[in-house]
Design a binder for this molecule. Structure first.
Ligand code: MIC
Length: 651
């Protein structure tokens, strides 16, 4: 039987387990990616593990999230990260260079390799034929220490593309079409692999757009083949030697099949406040907008700015619109300057920001109250923009720009000028020297970590108790994102290296009494959270598990979990269970007391738990889905304890 690209990549890196869907497997990780908002924790974790030097082929650290320097906290963290990169042998990308995902693709993307990143959008690198997966920081720290990465063998979802995209429709509309069809959890337990003749109209950066937002579908990763187009891209980056061909066999099989005729796709928009809330733009056209925002890892390519530049050339954006331009990388910005695109954007009324994540993560550019913001970013979870009751919509650069010109949501096909034709440049400006290479091992050993006053040592956690008798402190609905558990934004992100401080913001969007109530019961055994489906969707931020754990969270019972958050809970010693009978979710109330006994023995002897609701004198059934390795981690009180023992044993 012929193999697909995803299985070939897994096979070539498999170090533990069998490639049977649903079974835990371990793969070797060739490269890692960390960004500043999660990277400070990763570096502290490496320190806690007493690692001398990373054992990957490439590990790279980017400063792209915490760019606002309103006080010394963020710049202190930048210096800490730079020192940690020197200490552990990691490449360092300084603030202003750009967003990790396009930068990694430009500088290190290599077909056939694996990449693990402490950012949920790491799968973007699937654009160049890599198997790239997002994970919590601790998992990435383990990979940097040379340990395998463990996950469940996914279903491979083959999506055959035929036809070609019509004028005014681009890669973003294709991934929005996938979200329209399948929603925010449709990719759970799957790797998406695109193939077929339709690939011919998608550049490597277009593929990046699609792979990036596979994360919004809940997919483990997205892969594309490494074909002639990837070779062209690497040639442009001066790295053609890194190209290998990696194609699915002609008779390749897939676990799940789907076909999309690209010529049938129309401009789409994800309405507030979920990437899965997709509609045709024409159905909501005419609504007044406040902001139109270009940039982020979801639309980082040259064409994602050059097409808008051509659209506004010689025109002015509507007087009522804030037209925010967020270049994704320094190189792309330089090329846009060379090709006279930036001047068109500036002249038409654009507000130019530095290369980085910026408003995508709520670092500035928050929209006004009750006003619509159209963005080319990957996600629009409630409050993520920095405005509590925000109305953020996800669109293509074409729709964002058409709407900026008109001052209202506009289907670009209704404009009275032709669709600009932009090709990816064959000779982009390269500026790789901006990446700081790691020093020699000797020099590394003489480097001290430079910790500013904002860096707090990691909290330590005890082994998991045998019995818990705790209160349900919070009951939440379907699809709670990590942005709602542990908000991002300019107020909160500077505390990413300080768990006690950041925990004060936990769940504040949903219930701002959570933190104080949690502290009150922390010494009485802690608390539980009850959740519905897809709990913890979105970001990889381990703070969404670590901060509640610090506040005493021991147990989450949900109808279902998002992959990365589920793993993060285990990594920090929180037991995730699912309801055997989902009706029990309805019967539970905030304030109920839950009791679980004999936990160690039960975890080891099967998958079922009887949970006693002592407030209602009733019981219900729940199950765990932990592998023997994960049980060990949980019982030790989390991955830091487990890893320290393991690495120490290995000497
Ligand atoms: C995001 O887009 O939500 C982030 C910010 O990039 C996160 C990482 C983080 O929370 O630091 C992600 O996607 O994992």
């Amino acid at each position: 039987m012929g193999e697909n690209v995803a299985r070939k990549l897994i096979q070539a890196h498999l170090v533990e387990g069998e490639m049977q869907v649903g079974k835990e497997i371990g793969i070797r990780i060739d490269q890692t990616l960390t960004q500043d908002a999660t990277g400070t924790m990763v570096m502290l974790e490496l320190e806690a593990m007493k690692l001398d030097r990373v054992r990957t082929e490439i590990s790279a650290q980017y400063v792209d999230h915490n760019l606002i320097q309103a006080d010394s906290r963020n710049p202190d963290d930048h210096l800490f990260l730079e020192s940690a990169c020197r200490r552990f042998g990691v490449w360092f990308s300084r603030p202003g260079n750009g967003v990790s995902h396009p930068m990694h693709q430009e500088n290190f993307g290599k077909p056939g390799k694996t990449l693990l990143g402490s950012d949920s959008h790491t799968p973007s690198a699937g654009a160049v034929g890599m198997l790239a997966i997002g994970a919590g920081g601790l998992e990435v720290a383990m990979a940097m220490a040379g340990e395998p990465f463990f996950f469940r063998m996914p279903h491979i979802w083959g999506v055959k593309l035929t036809g070609s995209l019509p004028d005014w429709v681009s890669a973003k509309d294709l991934i929005l079409e996938m979200l329209r069809r399948h929603g925010v959890s449709g990719g759970g337990g799957r790797v998406i692999e695109y193939y077929g003749p339709g690939l011919d109209c998608l550049s490597t950066m277009d593929r990046h757009v699609i792979a990036n937002m596979g994360t919004e579908l809940g997919a483990t990763s997205t892969v594309f083949p490494s074909d002639r187009e990837v070779r062209r891209f690497l040639r442009g980056q001066g790295r053609e030697k890194d190209w290998i061909e990696l194609l699915a066999d002609p008779d390749a099989q897939y676990d799940v099949l789907e076909e999309i005729d690209l010529s049938q796709i129309e401009p789409l928009i994800a309405m507030p406040s979920s990437p899965g809330n997709v509609q045709p733009v024409r159905e909501v056209a005419g609504k007044r907008i406040y902001q139109s925002y270009l940039g982020s890892s979801a639309n980082p390519g040259y064409r994602d700015f050059a097409v808008p530049a051509e659209m506004v050339k010689g025109r002015r954006v509507h007087a009522g619109v804030s037209f925010d331009i967020n270049p994704a990388s320094r190189q792309i910005l330089e090329t846009l300057v060379r090709d006279n695109h930036l001047i068109s954007l500036i002249h038409a009324g654009g507000r130019i920001h530095q290369a980085g994540c910026n408003g995508c993560i709520g670092m500035g550019q928050a929209p006004a109250t009750n006003e619509i913001s159209l963005r080319t970013v990957p996600r629009n979870f409630p409050g993520r923009s920095g405005t509590r009751e925000d109305k953020v919509c996800l669109v293509s650069p074409e729709t964002a720009t058409a709407s900026a010109l008109k001052g209202m949501i506009t289907d670009p096909r209704t404009l009275d000028f032709p669709c600009p034709k932009i090709l990816e440049p064959e000779d982009p400006i390269l500026n790789g020297e901006m990446m700081q290479a790691p020093p020699s091992p000797e020099e590394s050993r003489n480097t001290d970590l430079r910790k500013g006053p904002n860096i707090a040592t990691l909290p330590t956690f005890d082994p998991f108790p045998v019995t818990i008798d705790i209160v349900v402190l919070l009951k939440v609905e379907d699809d709670i994102s990590t942005d709602e558990i542990m908000p991002a934004g300019s107020r909160v992100l500077p505390f990413r290296s300080n768990i006690p401080r950041i925990s004060e913001f936990c769940f504040e969007i949903i219930d701002d009494t959570y933190h104080d109530r949690a502290l009150k019961v922390r010494e009485q055994g802690g608390h539980a959270i009850i959740a519905a489906t897809n709990y913890g969707q979105g970001s990889s931020r381990e703070h969404a598990a670590l901060a509640p754990r610090y506040l005493g969270l021991r147990l989450v019972i949900a109808k279902g979990f998002a992959r990365i958050h589920w793993q993060n809970l285990i990594n920090f010693g929180v037991l995730p269970l699912t309801f055997t009978n989902e009706d029990d979710y309805e019967r539970l109330k905030q304030g109920d007391r839950l009791r679980l006994t004999d936990i160690h023995a039960r975890l080891q002897s099967g998958h079922h738990f009887e949970v006693e609701n002592t407030s209602r004198a009733s019981t219900f059934q729940a199950r765990h889905d932990l592998s023997p390795r994960q049980i060990e981690i949980l019982l030790k009180g989390g991955l830091v304890n487990w890893a320290r023992d393991r690495l120490n044993r290995a000497g």
